[in-house]
Design a protein around this ligand. Sequence first.
Ligand code: SAM
Length: 246
Amino acid sequence: MRLDIISIFPEYFSPLDVSLIGKARERGTLDVRIHQLRDWAHDVHKTVDDTPYGGGPGMVMKPEVWGAAVDAVVGSADQVPRMVVPTPSGRPFTQELAQELAREPWLLFCCGRYEGIDSRVMAEYSTRLRVDEVSIGDYVLAGGEVAVLVMAEAVGRLLPGVLGNACSVADDSFAPGSMRNLLEGPVFTKPPEWRGHKVPEVLLSGHHGKIARWRRDEALRRTVANRPDLAAALDPETLDKHDRAL
Ligand code: SAM
């Protein structure tokens, strides 16, 4: 997958050199290209923002600079990227959207700062590319860089060969299939007892059926306790008698 990122703070993206994503880049599974937006600003101060029409506080990122940057990155290739613009007013970033983005050959992330990017930029590219304005949560960050790091990691770990054990994706919280809309339950490793806390007996039993049942029960309990919104949205058709009793 090719992943382009345009930002006024390219230095934010050094974490993409380490761990799973760093290794995926080394192997060539992920081709990350980071661009400095100011390279497309032509005044002496390399200005990328201006005051908002209609008044109000803060500054808005200029459409001409963004237009020149996106045109240069997209180029005249036959293939076009899917453009992702982080913003608190966007659609929520979910595991489902991460899976959808992981199927794209090319993503272009545009990092806003200040009050965001002039809306005409998204309108302009919507005529040529698939443009998604995406929020990583109901809070406001100072800029889109951290949101892009979150999305790049969530998408990157889904690419074939990036995780050591592909099965771990299937067991994750929010994974499709039987765990859809469920949080993963608690996990344990050796030793069997630590500071008086014992690993649940069933996990030491070697009985796969009982372990699967216990994991599902714990996932349901945790979902009800921490995410009643997800629990309420569970499809009753997917619940068995045991689930309903919890
Ligand atoms: N005035 C904007 C609003 O209230 O919607 C907030 C602008 S914020 C200070 C600056 C930039 O941070 C945004 O353009 C976006 O790129 C990024 N950002 C902030 N919060 C975000 C979130 N929850 N999800 C994704 N991006 C976010």
